[in-house]
Ligand binder design. Structure first.
Ligand SMILES: C[S@@+](CC[C@H](N)C(=O)[O-])C[C@H]1O[C@@H](n2cnc3c(N)ncnc32)[C@H](O)[C@@H]1O
Ligand SMILES: [Zn+2]
Length: 371
């Protein structure tokens, strides 16, 4: 079947029935991820003009590599699968684009060669590939993780194994995934004296995507590790508290309700997950022609305004907990701000928000409008 995405045309094995069938080589549900990747590469190149080489580390159909080549990147596409390699090669040719296509275990390739930008887009966890990526990548590592159940603590043992951290299943599960992933990536980079700064991160449907700018300096790696810490979370009243540092200092009882059902997660990344100015640059570089342009820009706008608090709330979940009806989001946030707290929407869902208020303060600030 033939697929058009971001101005390039791909031939993908398989029949087109209704819409685009998902094939092992091409997932149409990742188009937003890829559109934002291209906009990010554009914004990044303006910030770091020496960045030229791009490794599409798990290329499958070649879609990322072909799109990056169309933007002038010096592209290498890699895949361990023979059919994927021929497909990527023919898709580059079909679009008259230059690019090297390599059949190899990408871990070996990343240890052998230096790239300015490496894009890891595996099935499931990216952790088997991150050490090799940080060991040699010069500027930017882009990472997709699709194993959201392990990341958010729903598949606990698998999450602990993959991420060398304790994830917990909370009401902010996608954000737990973001922060467990970033923590593991920061620790992976630190092994090579590389500090990571997440310049854009989003959790969308069943994946987390992050873009990490690298600094090759032991002190930068230390600075990244200083962003790690633990989250204590009360299962009874949804109170949560962050404690920075690599040594856990868990709450034993909840300071809000006095309950003892307190979960502790970590080490998690407690720092910012994006650079606001960079996200604005990305938003401006999403052209109308991209299939997901509107969604991509809206996502960037929400990310630009999202507070840095390490966890978010969901108004509907809080209201259910309190036995109160929910309110319109804008009014709800206005009540919080009116009571002197900072508050923003969060990109995790239409009723999610972040605030500097504690769960008790949220209730106090909004209860009058909810009754
Ligand atoms: C999720 S797909 C990639 C999708 C593609 N990046 C896209 O945007 O459509 C994962 C690919 O990783 C490849 N892969 C798995 N292990 C690999 C390895 N060790 N080295 C290189 N490629 C690998 C698989 O063959 C598969 O084609
Ligand atoms: Zn509590």
């Amino acid at each position: 079947m033939r697929v058009t995405e971001g101005g390039i045309e791909l031939e993908i094995p398989g029949e087109q029935t209704e819409g685009i069938e998902e094939s092992v080589f091409y997932n149409p549900r990742q188009e937003l991820n890829r559109d934002l990747t291209i906009a990010t590469l554009r914004a990044y190149r303006e910030r770091e003009s020496r960045a030229e080489s791009y490794l599409d580390a798990m290329t499958a159909s070649g879609v990322r590599g072909v799109r990056a080549a169309a933007d002038g990147w010096d592209v290498t596409c890699c895949d361990v699968d023979e059919d994927a390699v021929s497909l990527a090669r023919s898709n580059l040719e079909r679009n008259d684009r230059e690019g090297r296509v390599v059949r190899r275990d990408v871990n070996a390739l990343m240890h052998d060669e230096v790239f300015d930008v490496i894009d890891l887009d595996p099935y499931g966890t990216p952790m088997p590939f991150t050490d090799a990526a940080f060991a040699n990548c010069r500027d930017l590592v882009c990472v997709t993780a699709t194993d959201t159940a392990p990341l958010c603590g729903a598949h606990f043992n698998s999450g602990v194994r993959s991420y060398s951290a304790v994830p917990r299943n909370t009401d902010y599960h996608a954000e737990m995934g973001v922060r467990i992933l970033l923590s593991a990536l920061a620790r992976s980079g630190a092994r090579f004296d590389v500090g990571v700064e997440p310049i854009l991160t989003h959790a969308t449907s069943h994946y987390v995507r992050t873009y990490l700018e690298l600094e090759h300096k032991p002190t930068a790696a230390d600075a990244a590790l200083e962003e790690l810490g633990y989250l204590s979370h009360c299962e009874d009243c949804l109170y949560r508290e962050a404690s920075p540092g690599l040594i856990a200092d868990p709450l034993e009882t909840c300071p809000h309700c006095g309950g003892d059902r307190v979960l502790v997660a970590g080490p998690v990344w407690l720092g910012p997950v994006r650079d606001r100015e960079f996200v604005a640059d990305v938003r401006e570089r999403v052209p109308d022609g991209f299939g997901t342009a509107e969604t991509a820009r809206e996502l960037c706008t929400t990310l630009e305004a999202e507070l840095d608090a390490p966890t978010h709330y969901d108004q509907h979940k809080l209201c259910r907990e309190w036995g109160l009806p929910a309110n319109a989001m804008d009014e709800f946030l206005a009540d919080l701000r009116g009571a002197g707290h900072e508050a923003s929407r969060a990109h995790y869902g239409g009723t999610t928000f972040k605030t500097t208020a504690s769960v008790g303060e949220i209730r106090e600030a909004t209860a009058d409008s909810l009754t």
